[in-house]
Design a protein around this ligand. Sequence first.
Ligand code: NDP
Length: 436
Amino acid sequence: KERNAGEPEFHQAVIEVMESLGRVVAKHPQFLEEGLIERICEPERQIIFRVPWIDDQNQVRINRGFRVQFNSALGPYKGGIRFHPSVNVGIIKFLGFEQTFKNALTTMPIGGGKGGSDFDPKGRSDREIMRFCQSFMTELHRHIGEYTDVPAGDIGVGGREIGYMFGQYKRLTNRYEAGVLTGKGLSYGGSRARPEATGFGLVFFVRSMLEAHGDSIDGKTAVVSGSGNVACFAIRKLQKYGAKVVACSDSSGYVVDEGGLDLDLVREIKEKRRGRISEYHRIKGTGTYFIEAGKGAIWDVPCEIALPCATQNELNGKHAANLIRNGVRVVAEGANMPCTPDAVEALRRSHVLYAPGKAANAGGVATSALEMQQNASRDSWTFDQTVERLDEIMTNIHDVCAETAEEYGAPGDYVLGANIAGFVRVADAMRALGVV
Ligand code: NDP
């Protein structure tokens, strides 16, 4: 902890994985040799840089940029870029660490990394966003590449930002290297279904969990936090499978629509107008209500399926107790580490089916790897073909987690299953590569 002082999220992520490893090192003591555990917790490289840019008032602004290249035993570093004022090196390290095991679970040839900036895109004009992205890439471009490190989007970084960053990369390097970034637009080398992938993949995972327990999504009531990329496509797929999704949120609060959310309206407000979710209630009126942030939690709303899809540590022990009291059946993480350790403990102790993010939200990065495949072969797959592959990958991740949990004497424990299966894959490759 002294070695990584002031990085509580990183400690939380490492402790959670380490707590699962007792059974695996008891069975395979070779994983304790050659400093492997210490090496796996130490990023291979971390880059911190200045991002100067000029706002619309001609003022110079300075932000801080980060790229943590965590582990490349399985392939080039791979992981998103986050633009949010809360970003610091500890947050990026926790995300990069998680990403390493998540990417291993997909079985695709990708290592783990993550990046971002403390830049706040809220309220910024399109031109300001473009100038910021160009400045960010002016430094980042020396550290990334198709065979080195392949960033993607995350909170605050969607198709628009990836476009501006790709444009700047191409200009600086004079190379049309489509495989350097994923989450690109379709017109310049993106994959169909990448925007949908994390949310759809999450719901495929939930479907598999319920099926394995003789149940289904059809007819269930669901609550999804957030109203960004992951949340919106999770809502769409839940609705397709016959669930009624009654609430979603943003950082200003949450909205409830007892008749079931109108997803087109949510997307109109958040994506087109870049507005606040409270507008939903103002527009729709009867049968809906809005609760401001701090005056209650979305997890107070009774549901059978709860999908935290906003940010880290958004669902705590008290929220978990509320959900359990209200009869929740499934909690699956669309966001990275949205449940606090006491929430996870409460959910695992009860009979709730709980899926950790590194397994349940791996669909995004898996489809990014499919985008890399398409770029490498100069090919472009159909939407249905891509979603079909995503479905196979998510079903496989579910099955591997379930089988691993069973093999290590903890049937139904998806946390243990995901941590052990991800760790073993990375650790085997690291052992083969020697002490590097
Ligand atoms: P977006 O930026 O598209 O959406 C984020 C949503 O979460 C917004 O509704 C935002 O509200 C809300 N939010 C963000 N920070 C906070 C906060 N501190 N408190 C409350 N609400 C907050 O991001 P994504 O949907 O892409 O990402 C969401 C989560 O999913 C993240 O944890 C990300 O790491 C994870 N993830 C994303 C993947 C992807 O493919 N995009 C892949 C795997 C995981 P507001 O608009 O008010 O800011």
